[in-house]
Design a protein around this ligand. Structure first.
Ligand code: ME8
Length: 525
């Protein structure tokens, strides 16, 4: 059933540069979505890849003294290396230099041409190589250094005059506005939707979709002096993956995509140009585009010239993989801009992970190991003291699913951590260690309630922290088939043997801090 499919994409990344936190963040958000949907029983297709054409990449290759293909082979590898380093689970990694992608771009071009929406003309206007974008003069300004820049991005623009094919975007204004109106979930968050609608209402100009002054790209069919505009080429990757133009291809069933995840800087390409290209070619537009915010570093804009880019692989080395994944998804409401601060990273690692979640698992599992013969204790009669916690844990799947469907990742985590907080308070209030003498049956039951709660929160935390949660589920002896959401209501069976517990979330150890003093010296102090 088509309802059960879920196709999610990351932007394809320019290979002019090595990956940084911005790339890692977009793909991480997609990875969490993809993992959640798989656990929730969906037939998922998760695509990421690299955008290898255009003037920007051609220039970067020339600066490196390399042939563009050899250059893109090298740099695209660093994006592929990010996949295992960040624990991503894409189903495929697409490169725009693949032959199948040339075929898809040319087929899409021919369709749009045949529909009368592409014509030959001459472009005279501003172009930014850094943004790979055309700008109206009104979207640029001249700085004190006499250089003209795009107001929105700050990237330098240059005057371009050359023969060019145009896409008849001006004719799409009403159809796009109707499409947005009929599909209120198409652009998220709401603030971006409002921006796009007012941009389109302001009137659309025809878009230059080919260039003649560089060579590195997909040639226009029957007119190879023209190279396709890199965004026409890049956006097409999403349907190349599905087998376009062969609508009988096995992967065509995934189109239209359920979600294109993008950064806020590339919303216009995905929500104005892309649906117009597709509709012109008679192909259904994607269902949703979500634009997330940008990270700054300790309050500063991240830029190569400031030398303050954040390498997520270095964060993983210092803080741990799941700690980094958790922090990036928890710290900032998705859709907003966020500031990366080391102090906040350490704080989340210690308080949310080591103290709240790790400590809950550790103290419950070690009491069980010591006192219940290393097996899941017996469930007893439920009391009013147990119900609120268990009810909240049971309701958490529906609550988290709702948040994930809105890409509210930080709220999904808050929902899970509320249950963890309640569970810790329940441990303190029920004091199972004190029940050992007075009421061992009740003690066993309290521990059962806790183990069952840990199982539920851990199932839900899997998309965010796949490695750590797998280790906790191992300690709860939850079999592989018990880890999907279909098994969410399959309660822990009393008597199941449990392996010896082990801590999963260490506290932060500052590598620069002096080693702790030997024990004796500390006693004297
Ligand atoms: O735009 N914080 O590729 P790209 C958060 N090839 N996100 C950031 C960021 C930051 N500081 N810096 C960059 C392209 N990003 C095109 C896409 S899709 C058909 C073609 C995000 O490598 C940025 O918002 O320049 C964008 O979504 C992504 O990194 C890729 O940027």
């Amino acid at each position: 059933m088509s309802d059960n499919r879920f196709y999610i994409t990351t932007p394809i990344y320019y290979v002019n540069d090595v990956p940084h936190i911005g790339h890692a963040y977009t793909t991480l958000a997609c990875d969490v979505m993809a993992r959640f949907m798989r656990l929730d029983g969906k037939d998922v297709r998760f695509l990421t890849g690299t955008d290898e054409h255009g003037q920007k990449v051609e220039q970067a290759a020339a600066n490196a003294g390399m042939d563009p293909k050899a250059f893109t082979d090298k740099v695209s590898q660093s994006f592929r290396d990010l996949v295992p380093a960040m624990g991503y689970s894409p189903d495929n990694f697409i490169r725009t230099t693949e032959p199948r992608h040339y075929a898809a771009c040319q087929a899409l071009w021919n369709k749009v041409l045949a529909a009368g929406d592409i014509y030959l003309g001459k472009y005279a206007g501003w172009y930014s190589v850094r943004d790979e974008a055309f700008y109206a003069e009104s979207e640029t300004e001249v700085g004190p250094d006499n250089k003209r820049r795009a107001t929105a991005s700050g990237a330098e623009v240059a005057w371009v005059e050359e023969p060019s094919y145009f896409f008849r975007l001006s004719a799409w204004q009403d159809r796009l506005l109707k499409f947005y109106e009929d599909n209120p979930r198409f652009i998220a968050p709401q603030s971006r939707r409002n921006e796009v609608i007012s941009f389109v209402k302001g009137g659309l100009q025809d878009l230059s979709v080919s260039r003649t002054t560089f060579k590195w790209g997909v040639p226009v069919p029957n007119d190879p002096a023209h190279i396709m505009y890199v965004w026409f080429d890049a956006l097409t990757n999403y349907i190349t993956e599905c087998g376009y133009p062969d609508e009988t291809a096995p992967n065509w069933k995934y189109w239209p995509a359920d979600l294109h995840m993008v950064g806020k800087d590339i919303v216009r390409f995905h929500t104005v140009y892309w649906p117009a290209f597709l509709m012109a070619a008679g192909v259904a537009p994607p269902k949703r585009v979500y634009a997330h915010g940008w990270w700054t570093n300790e309050g500063q804009k991240i830029s190569k010239s400031l030398g303050n880019t954040i390498d997520t692989v270095a964060l993983v080395k210092e803080f741990g993989l799941d700690q980094t994944r958790y922090f990036l998804m928890r710290e900032v409401p998705f859709g907003n801009d966020g500031d990366f601060r080391r102090a906040a990273m350490v704080q989340r690692m210690d308080s949310d992970l080591a103290n709240a979640y790790g400590n809950l698992c550790q103290r419950v599992l070690s009491i069980v190991a010591k006192n219940c013969g290393g097996a899941v204790p017996a469930k007893g009669p439920l009391t009013d003291a147990d119900r609120p916690l268990l009810d909240k844990a049971r309701g958490a799947l529906a609550a988290v699913r709702e948040k994930i469907n809105e890409q509210a990742f930080n709220e999904a985590l808050t929902t899970i951590w509320e249950v963890i907080g309640d569970a810790n308070r329940y441990v303190d209030a029920q004091a199972p260690w004190a029940l050992a003498k007075t009421d061992p049956a009740r003690r066993d039951h309290v521990l059962w309630v806790l183990i069952e709660t840990i199982r539920r929160v851990t199932l839900l935390a899997q998309p965010f922290m796949p490695g750590s949660t797998a280790r906790i589920l191992d300690q709860l002896a939850v079999p592989a088939e018990g880890r999907s959401f279909a098994a969410f209501d399959r309660e822990m069976a009393s008597g199941t043997a449990l392996p010896a517990p082990q801590g999963v979330f260490p506290r932060y150890v500052d590598p620069a801090a002096p080693a702790p003093a030997p024990k004796q010296a500390r006693k004297k102090a």
